[in-house]
Design a protein around this ligand. Sequence first.
Ligand SMILES: [Zn+2]
Length: 298
Amino acid sequence: MKKLFFVYILALVSIFVYSCDEVKYEKPLVVTSTFPLYTILKEIVGNELSIEYLVPTGASPHTYQPKPSDAKKATSALALFYTADNLDGWISEIADKKRIKLIDYVPLDKIIFFSCGHDHSNGNHEEHEHEVDPHFWLDPLTVKSMLDTLVFELSALYPDGKKKFVKNASVFSAKLDSIHNEALSLLNPIAESVVFMHHPSFNYLLNRYNLYYGGAIEESPGKEPSPKFISDLVELIKQSGAKAIFSEPQLSSKVAEVIAKESGVKLLELNPEGSSNGAQTYREIIINNAKILKSGLE
Ligand SMILES: [Zn+2]
């Protein structure tokens, strides 16, 4: 009987320890949907707040299915930061928390729209709205232009941290200039190259560093390309003179392999989510990808 009681106590203690482990954070928590947003906000919050991201870096945030553990984290957070409704809008379903949509903080002159593939020369541009490209984090200068608003939002969430947020943001701002200069010197030698990728994730970076977007294997998230689409794309790649095309670890590489083979070009891997190629910081997300682009296209 005594032994049984002991086992019972042990079980209770371990449940208690386990559940503490699940919900306890040293500082008030903010949650981001993705790893890149985490790396950006981490630079500003420093050690003032706890910060967590939800989507594992090998998964695509476009098609991610949130887990119960995500909802648990989200429920413990002061606020949830996400990219855009057309990327990680599912975050609104997991917890009734303050949500901060970062694409809204990108100044209008830095927003990129997906081109819709038809001609506007007859002036019917106003008739429909073009979809905003949500992958803003891949241009360091776009991120830099958002810092004041980010500090403002974080300070509203956690006024005690304001002084530190301001200080950290100014350090990060200088860091973003140096990341930009580093990317510029890496990519200058391949300026005006044409880049084909798995999904249109790098337009902000291509635009910043004078590279041209040639096309993508996946036109919209989760959509498989048709045989006709693939053969047209192969033709485009051949005509462009590109030496490589780029897949992404979040998407199946089989079609990309076929297309690279048929086009007679190398297949390299970019990572807009940034971590499977070893990136741990915002700088590494940009610089690792810039190096891969350079190695494929020079
Ligand atoms: Zn994407």
